[in-house]
Design a protein around this ligand. Structure first.
Ligand SMILES: [Zn+2]
Length: 478
């Protein structure tokens, strides 16, 4: 038997850090990146005896906003619970999480699968909880850094609806896109703002019931997620083929060896002795509040991508690039509207703007070029005021460096195309005289020969002639 005898069944839990100013239950900053260990803590997030947490309203709002974007229901009542366990990175001795009454439940997203189809992946819930600290293992021993302790997290739990590495990866990437679109989390993987736990089991293709699953925790990149899913599928298939049983257990992932490592036998919910958090009131969310938040959910990436393809005639790949981030999608739409030429807008953004940003490792947010100005620049090309070449080199470079409007740069540098009929006529006559062959070809009905003559005129005019006028004048003379 081989791997193809089995169908993998995969579920994913995603932890994403909410993008708020402060931590979940105290006033400490939610951003400890680059800070000295244990410099961003207080008695509340350190769990000192007698500490009293209070709920950060933004955490709840962003959680609901994200849940709505994942098509979840928002129950009127939810509550926080203590999840009790001991670990050195958890000074309170418990995590504040949500057990039986989460802030949202029963959602779904659509993920792209091979071909132009999509697959629905159900979401069991999105709930809120606080993060633990971090253990730093050194040669001399293990150090505890509690800066991350008490940071707000959204935990998004999928149903086991994925059946391949590609689907697991597509799901995780779509969740990231959505969370960033609604500004609920920055999901910066390098800063540990998004982490994955995967559940993998195998079953014979004709069998309905699920096999025994293993859980791999704390995967912090898409690559690690894909590798760990692939590794577990292979490992379990080999065990089953050898007639062995799969042991239900929790595992870690070793990026260096590319293997899963057994950590402990799987714990059950009752091991945590969940009980309602006595220091926090239950959450009551009115239908009106939910509707207010629902109104803030923008058009989501998958839908927007589809719209870009139908409304602007973009190809799948371009639409995907331009809708990956919300600010880029907004930028493109503004350029397309101002220029009235979506095709040129895509090409300019992809080949010129994005190349500049990539070369300098910059984000669109750091870019000085305004969408309206880029739209105007494209319009100036189409109106024959400047050439494509001038726009893409001199004028754009200056716009990129200074953020100036294209008209001002054109004025300042005197970059306008020559639209003086007399001057262009002069050059046209010269070119016609020098190229009797192509002239004869054109007169003989070969339209392509005109293109060559236009090119020669443009060359003679050092690219400064208005190509539309050159075309017209050549035709008139010939
Ligand atoms: Zn604190």
């Amino acid at each position: 038997m081989s791997q193809s005898t089995y169908e993998p069944v995969i579920g994913i839990e995603i932890h994403a850090q909410s993008s708020t100013k402060t931590k979940m239950f105290c006033a400490c900053s939610n951003d400890s990146f680059g800070a000295q260990p244990n410099s961003n803590v207080c008695p509340i997030c350190m769990g000192f005896p007698g500490m009293l947490p209070s709920i950060n309203k933004t955490v709840v709002e962003k959680g609901i906003l994200a849940a709505l974007a994942l098509h979840c229901e928002i129950p009127q009542f939810s509550k926080f619970d203590r999840k009790n366990y001991f670990y050195p990175d958890l000074p309170k001795g418990f995590q504040i999480s949500q057990y039986d009454r989460p802030v949202s439940q029963n959602g779904f997203i659509e993920i792209p699968v091979e071909g132009a189809q999509t697959k629905k992946i159900r979401i069991n819930r999105l709930h809120l909880e606080d993060d633990a600290g971090k253990l730093v293992h050194t040669a001399g021993g293990t150090l505890c850094d509690y800066n991350r302790s008490g940071c707000p997290l959204m935990e998004i739990v999928s149903e086991p609806d994925m059946n391949s590495v590609a689907e697991a990866s597509a799901y995780a990437q779509e969740i990231r896109r959505i969370l960033r679109y609604v500004n609920a989390s920055e999901c910066d993987m390098e800063k540990g703002m998004m982490r994955f736990d995967i559940n993998v089991s195998l079953r014979k293709k004709e069998v309905k019931e699920l096999g025994t699953k293993t859980e791999v925790k704390n995967l912090n990149s898409f690559r690690a997620l894909e590798s760990a899913v692939a590794y577990e599928i292979k490992r379990q298939a080999e065990k089953l083929d050898a007639g062995e049983r799969i042991i239900q257990e929790t595992m870690g992932w070793d990026d260096a060896t590319g293997e899963t490592v057994s950590q402990r036998s799987k714990e059950e919910a009752h091991d945590y002795r969940y009980f309602p958090e006595p220091d926090l009131p239950p959450l009551e969310i009115s239908a009106k509040d939910v509707e207010k938040l629902r109104a803030q959910v923008p058009q989501l990436p998958a839908e927007r991508k589809q719209r870009f393809m139908t409304e602007y005639g973009l190809i799948d790949e371009d639409a995907g690039i331009l809708t990956e981030e919300r600010d880029m999608a907004d930028f493109f739409e503004a350029v397309a509207k101002t220029s009235g030429d979506a095709k040129k807008a895509v090409s300019f953004i992809n080949t010129v703007l994005l190349k500049h940003l990539k070369d300098e490792k910059k984000e669109l947010a750091d870019c000085k070029v305004k969408a309206q100005d880029l739209g105007k620049l494209i319009k100036l090309i189409n109106d024959g005021v400047i050439s494509n070449n001038m726009a893409k080199t001199d004028i754009f470079e200056e716009m990129y460096a200074s953020g100036d409007a294209p008209e001002r740069i054109i004025e300042k540098k005197g970059l306008k195309l020559v639209s003086d009929t007399g001057a262009i006529e002069e050059i046209c006559k010269k070119v016609i005289e020098a190229n009797p062959g192509p002239v004869a070809d054109f007169k003989g009905g070969k339209d392509a020969a005109l293109g060559f003559l236009v090119g020669q005129v443009m060359k003679e005019a050092k690219g400064q002639a208005n190509p539309k006028m050159v075309n017209e004048i050549l035709r008139k003379i010939l």
